[in-house]
Design a protein around this ligand. Structure first.
Ligand code: AMP
Length: 284
C-alpha cells in the first residue's frame, strides 16, 4: 500500500494508472476506521483495479464549537485496516495543501442542503460538497462508494455528479451496525457508558416505525410519532429531528407513496448521532 500526502504527487500517480488502463475506485473517509468504512472499502475493491482511500478530517464541514478538535484519530490503525481491505493508495493531504491561502470556491446545492442536518449544521454540506468535488478531481475515480449512513450526504453527492456531468458511478453501501443495532460511527467512542446503552434507541425507534410501515401505515406523522416515543423514552437523548422525506429530493412527504428516507439526529451530551431507514412502498 502506498501513502501519498501531496495532491500533485497523487495526480501524477493517478495519471500513470489511467495510462495503464486501470479502473480506479475511491472511498473518502475522515479516518478512525470501523467496520462501516471497511465494508465500503471491500465493496469498492471488488469494483476496481486501483483502490484509493482518502483520510482527511475536513475542517470546513465543522462549524465553530463542533467536535473538530476532539474528532477521534488513529492514523497507524487506519493504515493497517485500509491495507487489510485491499487499499492500494491512502491519500492523507494536509489542511494547507487542500485549502491554500486564498481558497474561496464553494459548491452549493441549496435545496438538498437546507433540511434535516442542514438546519442545525448550516455550513456542513457546503464543506462536504466542496471537499468531495476537490477529491473527485484529484482521484478521477470511475467508481466511488459512500455509506447510506449519511443519507443526506449521499443524496447530495448523487445530485452533484449528475449536475456537473461527472463520469463517476456512485454506489451507496448499507449501514453497518453494532450488535444492538447502533449504527457504527467514529463518534460512538465519545459516548459515556450510559449514553452508549441508551443510543440503541435510534435504531429501535426507526426499525419499529419501519415495521409499522410494512404492516400498512403510510402516514408520515403516525410513523414519526411512534419513533419519537421510543427515542424520547431514553432520558439522555435530546432529539434534533425525526423526519420522513422523499429519498432522492429530500422534499417532505406526508404520505409515503414513493421511496422515502426516515432520518433522525439525536444528541447525547456533546455527541450527535444520526441514523436512518429507507421506506419503500411495494409497487402494485
Ligand atoms: P466518515 O469517515 O464518517 O466521513 O465516513 C466515511 C464514509 O463511511 C461515508 O461514506 C460514510 O457514510 C461511511 N460510513 C460511516 N459509518 C458507516 C456505517 N456504519 N455503515 C456504512 N457506512 C458508513
Amino acid at each position: 500500500m502506498e501513502s501519498i500526502r501531496s495532491p500533485s504527487q497523487l495526480a501524477t500517480r493517478i495519471g500513470e494508472a489511467r495510462h495503464a488502463g486501470q479502473r480506479i475506485g475511491f472511498v473518502p473517509t475522515m479516518g478512525f476506521l470501523h467496520e462501516g468504512h471497511m465494508s465500503l472499502l471491500r465493496l469498492a475493491k471488488s469494483r476496481c483495479d486501483l483502490l484509493v482511500m482518502s483520510l482527511f478530517v475536513n475542517p470546513t464541514q465543522f462549524k465553530p464549537g463542533e467536535d473538530l478538535a476532539t474528532y477521534p484519530r488513529d492514523e497507524a490503525g487506519d493504515f493497517s485496516k485500509a491495507e487489510s481491505c485491499g487499499v492500494d493508495i491512502v491519500f492523507t493531504p494536509s489542511e494547507e495543501a487542500m485549502y491554500p491561502p486564498g481558497f474561496q470556491t464553494q459548491i452549493s446545492l441549496p435545496k438538498l442542503f437546507a433540511p434535516l442536518c442542514g438546519v442545525s449544521r448550516p455550513s456542513h454540506f457546503s464543506g462536504v460538497a466542496t471537499i468531495v468535488t476537490k477529491l473527485f478531481h484529484l482521484v478521477a475515480p470511475d467508481v466511488a462508494v459512500f455509506g447510506q449512513k449519511d443519507a443526506q450526504q449521499l443524496a447530495i453527492i448523487r445530485q452533484l455528479v449528475r449536475d456537473l456531468n461527472m463520469k463517476i458511478e456512485i454506489i451507496g453501501a448499507p449501514i453497518v451496525r453494532e450488535e444492538d443495532g447502533l449504527a457504527m460511527s467514529s463518534r460512538n467512542v465519545n459516548l459515556g457508558p450510559d449514553a452508549r446503552k441508551q443510543a440503541r434507541c435510534l435504531s429501535r425507534g426507526l426499525f419499529g416505525a419501519k415495521e409499522r410501515f410494512e404492516s400498512g401505515v403510510v402516514q408520515s406523522a403516525t410513523l414519526i410519532a411512534a419513533a419519537r416515543a421510543v427515542i424520547a423514552a431514553s432520558p439522555l437523548a435530546k432529539i434534533d429531528y425525526i423526519e420522513i422525506r422523499d429519498a432522492q429530493t429530500l422534499e417532505e412527504l406526508t404520505v409515503i407513496d414513493r421511496p422515502a428516507l426516515m432520518a433522525t439526529a439525536v444528541r447525547f451530551g456533546q455527541t450527535r448521532l444520526i441514523d436512518n431507514v429507507v421506506l419503500t412502498p411495494l409497487v402494485e
